[in-house]
Design a protein around this ligand. Structure first.
Ligand code: COA
Length: 260
């Protein structure tokens, strides 16, 4: 039986999704994309899961890009379908109703960087390397790199990374605010899980609404984002958890969230 190319594991309140092709540096192929989708389905449906951690198997790579063997076969017609499949999945991650944390444990190149950019939070191990090397292969990023990277770091730095194809180290990514923190490799998963446990203490529906409002900050003009924030804020005030949060504070006890 072929090994699963994506592993799904529950730890505490986290769903840990591990891309599992270490002999190919976890390069993305169709089965990885399909299995990632299935793992996201499970994480979305499980009420015990507060947040998702995506990482790569082994200690060398998060994801070293889309599978170059597959890329080499693409034509003008099949390429469109190929990128739309990846874009749809990465858009799903960006709009996922629970926080998604990329635990970047090594090379994150091409589609690997783009996967990290689509996640809500990025933590990197000290040996992580980021890059958009597509121009070395005569192509451009196609899983959202040209759109998400400029929004994350601004046009100048995004352009430099995309048109040179140069790799940057974890500390440089931290200085560019592309990652939230850099830790030793052994500390990477514990750091991600610590974040998940912190999130798990908060009202789940409020977390979900906050993700939606933050997404609007990236996607919409500010005036429209403000309107959406007002609507989502009003919605949060109609929840049982809003009453529970306020009562628990006043009664000096821990809140018991209903997620509604
Ligand atoms: N697609 C398919 N296979 C890949 C891959 C990718 N994106 N990245 C790495 N691999 C494979 C290699 O072909 C090799 O397979 P093999 O052992 O069957 O020959 C295996 O993973 C190990 O990679 P290797 O190149 O030997 O490791 P390295 O330590 O010498 O170099 C990298 C690591 C990441 C610098 C190098 O693999 C690389 O440049 N990969 C391509 C990155 C890229 O351009 N990604 C963007 C695609 S758009």
């Amino acid at each position: 039986m072929a090994p699963e190319s994506v592993l799904y594991q529950i730890k505490g309140h986290a769903a840990i999704i591990t891309i599992n092709r270490p002999d190919k540096l976890n390069a993305l192929n169709e089965s990885v994309l399909g299995e990632l989708n299935v793992s996201l389905d499970k994480a979305e449906a499980d009420r015990n899961v507060s947040a998702v951690v995506i990482t790569g198997a082994g200690d060398k790579a998060f994801v070293a890009g889309a599978d170059i063997a597959r890329l080499s076969e693409l034509t003008v017609i099949t390429a469109r379908e190929f990128v739309e499949r990846g874009q749809t999945l990465f858009n799903r991650i960006e709009k996922f109703p629970k926080p998604v944390i990329a635990a970047v444990n090594g090379y994150a190149l091409g589609g690997g960087s783009e996967l990290a950019w689509a996640c809500h939070i990025r933590i990197a191990s000290r040996n992580a390397r980021f890059g958009q090397p597509e121009v070395n292969l005569g192509i451009i990023p196609g899983y959202g790199g040209t759109q998400r990277l400029p929004r994350l770091v601004g046009r100048g730095i995004a352009t430099e990374l995309i048109v040179t194809g140069n790799q940057i180290e974890a500390e440089t990514a931290l200085a560019m605010r592309l990652v939230n923190k850099v830790v030793e490799q052994a500390e990477l998963l514990p750091a991600a899980l610590e974040l998940v446990e912190s999130i798990s203490q908060r009202a789940p529906f409020a977390v979900r609404l906050a993700l939606q409002a933050i997404d609007a900050a990236v996607q919409l003009p500010q005036d429209e984002g403000m309107k959406l924030e007002a609507q989502l804020f009003a919605l949060s005030c109609g929840t049982a958890d809003h009453k529970e949060g306020a009562s628990a504070f006043l009664e000096k006890r821990k809140p018991v969230w209903k997620g509604a």
